[in-house]
Design a protein around this ligand. Sequence first.
Ligand SMILES: NC(=O)c1ccc[n+]([C@@H]2O[C@H](COP(=O)([O-])OP(=O)(O)OC[C@H]3O[C@@H](n4cnc5c(N)ncnc54)[C@H](O)[C@@H]3O)[C@@H](O)[C@H]2O)c1
Length: 438
Amino acid sequence: MSPLAKALSDRSARVGVVGLGYVGLPLATAFADSGFDVLGFEVDATKVEAINSGTSYIPDIPTEEVARLVGLERLSATTNFSRLAECDAISVCVPTPLRKTRDPDLTYIVKATEEIARHLRPGQLIVLESTTYPGTTVEIVAPTLSSAGLEIGREVHLAFSPERIDPGNEQFTVTNTPKIIGGMTSECNVVAQLLYESIVNTVITVSSPTAAEMVKLLENTFRAVNIGLVNEVAIIADKLGLDVWEIIEAAASKPFGFMPFYPGPGLGGHCIPIDPHYLSWKLRTLNYRTRFIELADDINNSMPDYVVSKVSAALNDSAKPIRGSKLLILGVAYKRDITDWRESPAVPIIRALQERGALVSYQDDYVEGLPLGSHGAGDRLCSVELDYEAMGEYDGVVIVTDHRYFDVTAILANAQCVVDTRNLTGQQGREDPKVVKL
Ligand SMILES: NC(=O)c1ccc[n+]([C@@H]2O[C@H](COP(=O)([O-])OP(=O)(O)OC[C@H]3O[C@@H](n4cnc5c(N)ncnc54)[C@H](O)[C@@H]3O)[C@@H](O)[C@H]2O)c1
C-alpha cells in the first residue's frame, strides 16, 4: 500500500477543499466529520473568517456542526494557498459559470489548478468536482499539473468526481448519494476511491475522467430536457383546457416507464440552466449541434414570459391592466426551502412585470433582497413581511416558489387572484375560480 493510500485508509491524511461554497463546505464538513483533518481554501476572506469562528453560511450545514468540527481542530480555512502543500488530497469545488456569450467560463478552474500546480508535491491526490465539459480534466487540468514536473498516475494522482449534492434535499445527502469517480489511471481510481469511501456509502468508478464528466452532464441534461418537455406539456394542457398537474399525477401511477417531472416558472440555480450549455459548447467544437438541449433551453427560457402572460390574463379577468397593478410574488429562491436565487426565474418575471408598469413586491423568508429596485443599478428590492391579511391589498399574488412555510388556506382566503406556477394550491386551487395555474 502506498503512503497516500495508507494515510487515506487510517484518516491520518490531511484533506484540502478548494472553494467553500454550496458544494465545498458540505464536502469539507463531511470529511472532517469522518475523522480527517480538513483545510479549506477560499478566495473570499469573509467565508474563511466565518468558518474559523465556527459559523456556517450554507443552510444545509448547521452552525453547530461547523463550530463542533472547528472546536475539535478538524476543520479550518485559509486564504493562503501555499498551504496546499500541507494537503495529501485536494478536492476542487470552484464555480463553473457561463460567459455572457453562454460559453463555459473555466477561469475559476484554471486559477485553482494553477495554484495547486505551484505547490504540488509528490504523493498528492487532486480531484476536480466542479461540473464541466467532457475533456476538462484531461485537456486543461492534467497539463497544468504536469507542468510542475511530476508524473500523473505515479508521483501525483488526478481524478474527476462530479458533485451530485442537491441543496435542501433532506433524504439524499453526501453520504447516501453514490459518488462517481473517473481517474487518469487505475491507481488514481484506487486512491480517489479510498478518499471518498470515507464519506460516501457507494463509490462507482468509470474508465476515465472524461466519462465521469459526461455522467454528470447526462444527469443534468436529462433533467433539463425532461423539464422542457413537461413545460411544453403544461402549455399543451392549457390549450386543451386540461389541468397539467392532474395529468402528471395520474400518469405517475404507472409503476414503470414513466417518471414524473413537473412544470414551473423556468429553470433556476447553478446547475440545470447552465450545465447542458457546457455540453453544447463542447459538441460545437466537434461540429455537432445538440438539438435536444437547444429545444429544451428554448422552452424553459420562455416560461417566465408564459407566467407573465398568465398574470396578464388573471388581471384581465378583473378588468385590470398590468400597468399600475400591485403584485406580490411569493418565493424568489430558485426552488423550495433554500436561499439560493441564482438564475431564479423570479428575476426575469419580476423584471418583465416591472417593465410593464406593475408595482412589484415579494415575500421570501429565505431571500432578504434582490438587485431589482426601481431606482436603477444597486437599488435592492427587499422581501416584505409575511402578512396574509395584507395580501388582499394586492391586485394579484404570484406563487413562484412553493416554500413549505406558505399557508395555502390563508393565501386563498385573502388574495384577490392567484397565479400558481408550482401547484402549491393543489386541489384547493383547482376548485377556486380565482386561482390560475400553469
Ligand atoms: N450548488 C449546487 O447545487 C451544485 C450541485 C452539484 C454541482 N455543483 C457544481 O459545483 C461547483 C461549485 O458550485 P457551488 O454551488 O458550490 O458554487 P459557490 O459559488 O457556492 O462556491 C464556490 C466557491 O469557490 C470560491 N472560489 C472561487 N474561486 C476560487 C479559487 N480560485 N480558490 C478558492 N476558492 C475559490 C468562491 O468564493 C465560492 O465561495 C460548480 O461547478 C457547480 O456547477 C453545484
